[in-house]
Design a binder for this molecule. Structure first.
Ligand SMILES: [Zn+2]
Length: 200
């Protein structure tokens, strides 16, 4: 009897905290949520990328593949802060720029695919990476339409094209028209926005 009353409330609190997080994102009514779909709460669990328990359901497998039902564009800054390092958050969610020649990938030649650090979408293929001598990883082509661009007027008299992840809107860097053939484009990207998955 005594041991039951000790253990149950703990589990209850944990589950309520999870549900509160859920309510702040997804507009469910703020009542007891045991009745709400377990599918959503298991997605939330899978979203904690640093959590050690991620083998709960098939949902976590969907997340691994980047094809899950998570609506990345609706995640709050608070949620992103939990998922990213300070630098990754500053670059991708606050449109920061890492210092040249300091990022992880500016000089990397390893074959593989560069994925979005935020949502795991494949963005650039290593075979399209070239040495731009700028100190940032540079590519002349994106993978499909996984990268989008948008006019950036944040520096007066210097309009630039910002590039973002099409899936989660992460700020990646900028694209310029002084790249090599065949595209003539130079996608100048922050290493902190990327995760290289080397070819097996
Ligand atoms: Zn993304």
């Amino acid at each position: 009897m005594a041991s039951q009353s000790l253990s149950f409330p703990t589990a209850h609190i944990t589950s309520n905290r999870l549900i509160q997080k859920l309510h702040s994102k997804v507009l469910l009514w703020p009542s007891r949520a045991h009745t709400k779909p377990s599918r959503i709460s298991s997605s939330i669990r899978a979203m904690g990328s640093s959590a050690s328990s991620q083998s709960q359901h098939a949902d976590s497998i969907e997340y691994e593949a980047g094809t899950g039902t998570i609506d990345y564009k609706s995640l709050s800054d608070e949620e992103w802060k939990k998922r990213l390092t300070n630098e990754q958050f500053y670059i991708t969610r606050q449109k920061g720029t890492e210092r040249a020649f300091t990022g992880e990938y500016w000089n990397t030649k390893t074959a593989g695919i560069y994925h979005c650090i935020c949502c795991d979408t494949p963005l650039f293929e290593s075979s399209t990476k070239f040495n731009s001598r700028t100190g940032w990883p540079s590519y002349y082509q994106t993978i499909g339409n996984n990268v989008k661009s948008k006019l950036d007027l944040s520096i007066i008299f210097m309009p630039r094209q910002e590039v973002l992840c099409s899936v989660c809107d992460a700020h990646l860097g900028h694209v310029f028209d002084d790249g090599p053939p065949p595209t003539g484009k130079r996608y100048c990207i922050n290493s902190a926005a990327l995760k290289l998955k080397p070819r097996q």
